[in-house]
Design a binder for this molecule. Sequence first.
Ligand code: B12
Ligand code: SF4
Ligand code: SF4
Length: 217
Amino acid sequence: MTYEGLEMAVKARHLTLLGGFHPTQQDDVPQGCRTLLMLGPDEPHFWPAFMQSPEWLDGDDDPMDRCSTRVIGEWAGELGAEALYPFGGPPFKPCYSWALRTGRIHSSPVQLLVHDTAGLFVSFRGALAVREEIVLPHAPSSPCIHCTSKPCTTGCLSSALTVEGYDVPMCKDFLGTPAGTENMTLGCNVRRVCPVSQCFGRMPAQSAYHMRQFKGA
Ligand code: B12
Ligand code: SF4
Ligand code: SF4
């Protein structure tokens, strides 16, 4: 099992490897896990593939989480690995902490996670706990180091999310107003203004889906 081989296999499932790490005793991972790999959408192929999935077409609740559970769960079964998911809590798996452990996903000035190719649009559909120690590629440093203007720090259209913190009720209230429509249809502006996010190829329809899930009824 190699990182490159797994990357090819996961891309066939419209996902990508966002990074990984070799757990120590301090990490909250399943027993026997020697490599933990973080999986996210492979943009821009993920959304069109999801639109064809049985979970989207059946019209039931939480289609993306159900789809990820099937796809990642089946793959983990083939590999003899354990599938872990960011949803299904509380309690939640510590995906934020795992992401930081990859060394390839970093905390941005506004605390949201940032990745070298996904930018602030980095998100996870699952993780794979593998019993083998897989050789991991070099982890690029944070893109924030060379981002002089740091547009994420002033990108919030309501001032709910700044370097001072994240006021979730303020954000949700704003999303319910006419001025919040742009964020509801295109995604959070803080995440969109990041120059790395802009090269990522995340489809607005996918962002709109997540914004609806986030805002709730
Ligand atoms: C609960 C939760 C929320 C809560 C509270 C966030 C919080 N303060 O932790 C709320 C509802 C506010 C939230 C919002 C969003 N979230 Co959220 N959330 C989670 C969830 C399900 C659990 C976090 C948790 O409690 N873990 C358990 C604790 C024990 O472990 P931990 O993860 O290591 O805890 C760390 C984080 O909580 C972090 N943290 C602290 N403050 C904040 C604030 C923010 C905004 C975030 C993202 C993290 C964060 O610090 C903790 C210590 O290291 C995670 C998935 C997961 N399983 O981790 C996603 C997750 C953190 N969220 C994510 C996303 C995508 C979002 C949204 C952008 C959703 C969207 N619209 O697409 C929004 C942000 C709003 C916006 N402007 O768009 C992503 C990360 C994205 C990123 N780039 O950082 C995750 C990993 C889910 C995923 N499937 O990828 N989320
Ligand atoms: S806008 Fe710049 S500082 Fe902010 S997360 Fe993106 S790269 Fe980092
Ligand atoms: S969704 Fe809009 S209001 Fe909420 S944090 Fe992002 S930019 Fe601010």
